[in-house]
Design a protein around this ligand. Structure first.
Ligand code: IPM
Ligand code: MG
Length: 355
């Protein structure tokens, strides 16, 4: 099995190195091939998603992705910015189903900014549609406002849109995931205002007929943002569109107090996937050897479970991570009084040792 390794920018290379070391320690015969992406792609080939990188990603069975982005590229034209690499991979590979679990490890219970009784034992899964919505909807651009009180003024515009089949396919993914967990699915939309959301809601209700064991509920996105901090444990699986999912998944991640711990998976219809930490490239700490590699290591575990068909190896990695946490090892982002502060390399090496 071939794994495309795309470290990207900022802390990406450091954390991916540790995840690769963990994969290599499993005793499997994976073929790993590396390619530049994001700002690194721009430096190497003049484009955030170079042709050769896209080709490798298409050929590979799975993709291990670090992070992209750095302030120094903020002045580039939008199509050359690092973010276009991840958006391009999602679109070209039709990775439409984004799994973002938010789990509070009991060893890190104090890390959340919320009271322990509100978050202790938190285990929710956000499923975000990744190929449609206002992110990709055409037309978009800049123009002179064609009407309204500011007619003639410079205007930016984007288009929010979803077709029924796009919602149907993410709905099936979400219902199936919920069926394997707590059997509760909350669909988040803004159906009181948006037609896109009304279609989303109607379609969820339609697909729900195939899953009588799963309880479907609906919530407006503003209320969902509120409920996530008020009573997050009331959620099991949340399914939502691309834009709302971007925002709510950051909020859900922060409930755990340790975004450096959270993996994610972006899957296509055949469970081929791109696996990346939920956090970004953190250019402020890049190269300092202090980034937490655990989210990337746990992303490699998700890869073994969802795409490579090796759930027992995924279990091994997750157990090894729990073990190093129990040993009291902490990178600075999750460090607390009394724990042993370690850097990226030491944390990765500890996971390998625990394996
Ligand atoms: C994410 C990120 C991306 C997104 C950016 C980097 C384009 O915020 O994966 O959540 O908005 O989807
Ligand atoms: Mg985001």
């Amino acid at each position: 099995m071939k794994i495309a390794v795309l470290p990207g920018d900022g802390i990406g290379p450091e954390i991916v190195t540790e995840a690769v070391a963990v994969l290599n320690a499993l005793g499997e015969s994976f073929e790993l091939e590396q390619a530049p992406v994001g700002g690194a792609g721009y430096e190497a080939a003049g484009h955030p998603l170079p042709e050769a990188t896209l080709k490798l990603a298409k050929e590979a069975d799975a993709i291990l992705f670090g992070a992209v982005g750095d302030w120094k590229y903020d002045t580039l034209a939008r199509e050359l910015r690092p973010e276009q690499a991840i958006l391009g991979l999602r679109k070209h590979l039709q990775l439409f189903a984004n799994f973002r679990p938010a789990i509070l490890y009991k060893e890190l219970a104090d890390a959340s900014s919320l009271k322990p009784e509100i978050v202790a034992g938190l285990d929710i899964l956000i499923i975000r549609e990744l190929n449609g919505d206002i992110y990709f909807g055409q037309p978009k651009g800049f123009r002179q406002a064609p009407d309204g009180p500011f007619e003639g003024s410079r205007e930016g515009f984007d288009t929010m849109r979803y077709t029924v089949p796009e919602v149907v396919r993410i709905a099936h993914v979400a219902f199936q995931a919920a069926a394997k967990r707590g059997k509760r699915l909350c669909s988040v939309d803004k159906a009181n205002v948006l037609e896109t959301s009304q279609l989303w809601r109607d379609t969820m209700i339609e697909v729900a007929k195939d899953y009588p064991d799963v309880e479907l509920s609906h919530m407006y996105v503003d209320n969902a943002a509120m409920q996530l901090v008020k009573a997050p444990k009331n959620f099991d699986v949340v399914v939502t569109g691309n834009m709302f999912g971007d925002i709510l998944s950051d909020e859900a991640a922060m409930l755990t107090g340790s975004i450096g711990m959270l993996p994610s998976a972006s899957l296509d219809a055949k469970n081929k996937g791109l696996y990346e930490p939920s956090h970004g490239s953190a250019p402020d700490i890049a190269g300092k050897g202090v980034a937490n590699p655990l989210a990337t290591i746990l992303s490699a575990a998700m890869m073994l479970r969802y795409t490579l068909g090796k759930p027992e190896q995924a279990d091994r990695i997750e157990a090894a991570v729990k073990k190093v946490l129990a040993q009291g090892l902490r990178t600075p982002d999750i460090w607390q009084e009394g724990a042993t502060k370690v850097g990226t390399r030491e944390m990765g090496a500890a996971v390998v040792a625990a394996l």
